[in-house]
Design a protein around this ligand. Structure first.
Ligand SMILES: [Zn+2]
Length: 296
């Protein structure tokens, strides 16, 4: 009898610790009961955190195909429901899939998220999407946050603590990093992306981006899961800071030499970062650096 029980316990433990391989190539295990889904290096990441009281998701997929893939993986990982979805920003490549998990999930992001999502929502965008995306969009509706916090919020789910930290003017109208202090895992949103230029929007400032990456680095996480790209370490923040510092320095020197904004955009080169993805975003980076230098 004792042997049978031991055998049954082993089966149960094995079932609970399904490793990322079983879930497919888009999944990685980054900690005990913590997984990350992303089907391409530049795609947005979905954080999957299992707790004794259910699942907490951090974002809901680059496309709705990813959202469905995460939903299928959850069925093999746990019988428990998704309790909360934390959005790290407002853009559709992080939030369109909210409807796949909510209800029952309660969606959370910083104040301003719902407004920005309503303004930008375009349900017609799926009409010309690839057939598999169109199929995955069946039943689509915009699900905006049920809870909008201010500056900081602590969420306790089962044995886990989630600290939600606002990143001000760092990427979108509402950006949230999620810190698991006991596990030392940080979901760092989209302020700094590994080996990738960012789309720096007109309301985002380099000073605020640097303030955000410094605050995140000071948490001293073991694992950093960026909003896009592979999980890594605080090196992601160091690289971003070095990049923006050099960019501001170069733009500053060109402004000082009397060059116009248009001339700078045409002539500025950052060859050290030529292998970073999304070189077409450089004009938005130069714009931010120009604003930083001229205070406009
Ligand atoms: Zn974004």
């Amino acid at each position: 009898m004792k042997l049978i029980l031991t055998a049954l316990t082993c089966v149960a433990v094995l079932a609970l610790s399904a490793d990322a391989q079983d879930l497919g190539p888009a999944f990685r295990k980054v900690g005990d009961g913590i997984y990350v889904q992303s089907s391409r290096e530049v795609n947005s990441t979905v954080g999957i955190v299992l707790t004794s009281e259910g699942v907490v998701l951090i974002d809901t997929g680059q496309t709705l195909v990813d959202s469905r893939q995460v939903a299928a993986a959850l069925r093999t990982l746990t019988p428990l429901p998704v309790r909360f979805v934390i959005n790290t920003e407002v853009h559709p490549d992080h939030t369109s899939g909210n409807f796949v998990f909510s209800p029952p999930a309660v969606v959370i992001n910083h104040a301003g998220a719902a407004d920005a999502m309503r303004k930008a929502d375009n349900p017609g965008r799926f009409a010309n999407a690839a057939p598999e995306v169109k199929a995955a969009a069946d039943g689509y509706r915009l699900v905006t946050p049920h809870i909008e916090y201010h500056e900081k919020m602590t969420l306790q789910v089962g044995e886990r603590t989630f600290e939600l930290l606002r990143l001000r003017n760092a990427h979108s109208e509402a950006d949230t990093a999620v810190w698991l202090p006991r596990e030392r895992v940080l979901f760092s949103a989209s302020v700094a992306l590994p080996k990738s230029l960012n789309n720096v929007r007109p309301f985002v400032t380099i000073a605020d981006m640097l303030a955000a990456t410094r605050m995140l680095r000071a948490l001293n996480p073991d694992i950093v899961v960026p909003g896009h790209g592979s999980p890594g370490t605080t090196r992601i923040f160091d690289d971003s800071e070095t990049y923006y510092t050099l960019l501001v320095e170069r733009v500053g020197a060109m402004v000082k030499a009397g060059q116009s904004r248009a001339q700078i955009e045409k002539e500025l080169r950052m060859p050290e970062y030529g292998d970073w993805a999304y070189q077409d975003r450089m004009p938005t980076n130069i714009d931010a650096a120009y604003r930083a230098v001229t205070q406009k």
